[in-house]
Design a binder for this molecule. Structure first.
Ligand code: SF4
Length: 252
């Protein structure tokens, strides 16, 4: 235990998320969260033991907040931070192979000022785009439990609420993120979840009532997908180009 105070159980997450009136405060509150005992233990154990290649680095070892401007029109929704990526650097998708692929594509799409994201102090800025995850702590095996997903959901929902004035499209990276959007749709926008739920697929598009962001599916930028060619740079470029078109307000 490090003595930091933060949300310590699911009810406290709900209260703390609701109390955040702007993204900076939300990010701060997320970084203090300790509501999932298994994930707190894991993120801190990984930070203490480290991977050999990063032995000389101090790991973040805490929840990873969203990254990007508060007036984003495009949201990129991932699963959770990687143990030696976001959990090491403190910035979502930063410092691992998945992030290498994602940020290079964001740069090609005109949504980032540089093609790589190596640490939280590297000068990266996003244009009209905010990246966040359904679960904010690195889970063992990249697999949060349903209870952990649900405990973390109020952070995502509040982030979407605060982005609501400008957000036009959410790009869901993978089936987990796609599934996490439906409770958010109900909680944030008051829109009933469609039945049957639209199936996830690469470039799958769901458009809801006016005033709700479109949901655009994209295969996850995981090494498993990018090394095998299931997701190619061209496929990612096409999805981001579609996101830019749906966002409408970006000039690229
Ligand atoms: S996963 Fe989410 S709710 Fe659970 S401890 Fe991390 S930030 Fe808190």
């Amino acid at each position: 235990m490090d003595g930091r105070r933060g949300a310590a159980d699911p009810a406290a997450v709900v209260r703390a998320a609701a109390a955040a009136v702007e993204l900076t405060g939300l990010d701060r509150a997320i970084c203090e969260c300790r509501a999932c005992p298994r994930l707190v233990a894991w993120r801190e154990e990984v930070a203490a033991t480290r991977r050999a290649a990063f032995r000389d680095q101090e790991y973040w070892g805490r929840p990873v907040p969203g990254f990007g401007p508060p007036d984003a029109a495009i949201g990129v929704l991932g699963l959770a931070p990687a143990a030696h990526g976001g959990n090491r650097t403190g910035r979502v998708f930063t410092g691992d192979r998945s992030g290498d692929v994602l940020f290079a594509a964001l740069y090609r799409a005109g949504l980032a000022n540089q093609p790589s994201s190596v640490d939280s102090d590297d000068g990266l800025e996003l244009t009209g785009t905010r990246i966040f995850a359904a679960v904010r702590c690195a889970p063992p095996g990249n697999a949060p439990t349903p209870a952990e997903r649900d405990t973390c959901a109020p952070w995502l929902h509040r982030e979407l609420e605060l982005l609501r004035p400008t957000l036009r499209v959410v790009v869901a990276l993978g089936a987990f993120a796609w599934a996490a959007y439906w409770p958010a749709l109900r909680a944030v926008y008051g829109v009933p979840v469609p039945t049957p739920r639209p199936a996830f697929g690469h470039a799958a598009l769901w458009s809801g009532p006016a005033g709700t962001p479109a949901l655009l599916g994209c295969y996850h930028v995981s090494q498993q997908n990018t090394f095998t060619g299931r997701l190619t740079p061209a496929m990612l470029d096409d999805v981001l180009a579609q996101a830019v078109t749906l966002a409408g307000t970006l000039s690229g």
